[in-house]
Design a protein around this ligand. Structure first.
Ligand SMILES: Nc1ncnc2c1ncn2[C@@H]1O[C@H](COP(=O)(O)OP(=O)(O)OP(=O)(O)O)[C@@H](O)[C@H]1O
Ligand SMILES: [Mg+2]
Length: 303
């Protein structure tokens, strides 16, 4: 069994009577990329903040590299890289000044500092632009600079909280290339996102919904757990199409609007009953998978 970098046991955080993170059990392998996915307000940042030793759990426990998140939080802070959702670069400083500031925060100096800053500039593609003001950088460059600042001390674990929010698809792809190469070199990476397509880049995924971990596994495992065949039906008005499909009272497992199309989950043997609709069998996206887990979770809750 692979060594674990992060482990939690019924990790819980309440704010007053509201439970933001509810008895979460995580096992994240060393050197893996773990995607933590869930809608707005589901508890992703709260979980990350507890793992980084910034926020105390209300109950439950957890370890990061064997260190206790409640007791050894100072030690944890020096061992990890953390790029928060609202990453804090100093806009009125230059790129170099930001890197130097963070180097100071991590206690890096002398030749090591010079070397690490060089490496970070190369990684971020910002070499030659050291003296530009940070405020003038576009979102994608800022994001890579923020990453550089958070890994100057070469941490074995990196927490990225929605690193690709608000940046364009090209910058997102470039960012993921960097993440991959870090994982290849042995860094454990926990990344939150609500871009479901980014989940495909991860070794393992956890779905968090209303504070609870409702599913976890590799992207393939999670997809395999979905019963039925997924088909896509094109429609000028998908909502109207959904109504007409529903009123036909077919034996469907599920039907929902997906962008400008309709997605229908049906048992293989009932596919023929859809023949009057122009359907196409498709592979489920991670978003389809998430929809199914949430629905399953809700049903269980109703019992
Ligand atoms: N300091 C706090 N005080 C009170 N409630 C809080 C606090 N921090 C978070 N919450 C609440 O806990 C819930 C989970 O918040 P959290 O920020 O962890 O969600 P998230 O999954 O990161 O969402 P997003 O995708 O929007 O970043 C939300 O309902 C939020 O309002
Ligand atoms: Mg968040």
């Amino acid at each position: 069994m692979a060594e674990l970098a992060i482990r939690t046991n019924n990790l819980t955080r309440k704010f007053g009577s509201f439970t933001a993170v509810d008895n979460i059990n995580l096992e994240i392998k060393k050197g893996s990329i773990y995607g933590f996915l869930g809608p707005n307000g589901s508890g992703k940042s709260t979980t990350i903040r507890m793992l980084c030793g910034i926020l105390e759990p209300t109950s439950g426990s957890g370890t990061v590299l064997g260190l206790d998140i409640a007791r050894d939080n100072d030690e944890i802070k020096s061992q990890i890289g953390y790029m928060s959702q609202k990453f804090s670069l100093y806009n009125d400083l230059t790129i170099m000044e930001n890197l130097e500031f963070y180097a100071g925060m991590y206690g890096i100096s002398g030749a090591v500092k010079k070397q690490r800053i060089e490496e970070m500039l190369t990684m971020a593609g910002l070499k030659g632009r050291e003296n530009e003001l940070t405020i003038n950088l576009s979102g994608g460059w800022k994001q890579r600079l923020a990453l550089g600042c958070s890994i100057l001390h070469n941490p074995p674990i990196l927490f990225l909280d929605e690193p690709t929010g608000g940046v364009d698809p090209k910058a997102r792809r470039m960012f993921w290339d960097i993440i991959y190469s870090m994982a290849v070199q042995g860094t454990t990476i926990m990344v939150t996102t609500h871009f479901m397509d980014e989940a495909e880049h991860c070794d393992e995924i956890g779905f968090i919904y209303q504070g609870g971990l409702i599913a976890s596994g590799t992207p393939e495992q999670l997809k395999e757990n979905i019963t039925g065949t997924l088909v896509e039906i094109s429609a000028a008005d998908p909502i109207e199409m959904l109504q007409s499909l529903n009123s036909a009272e077919l034996p469907l497992l599920d039907a929902y609007v997906f962008g400008s199309k309709l997605h229908v989950l049906v048992n293989q043997q009932n596919l023929l009953q859809l023949s009057s609709w122009q359907y196409k069998i498709i592979a489920p996206t991670m978003e389809d998978v998430f929809v199914q887990y949430v629905k399953h979770h809700r049903k269980e809750g109703d019992i």
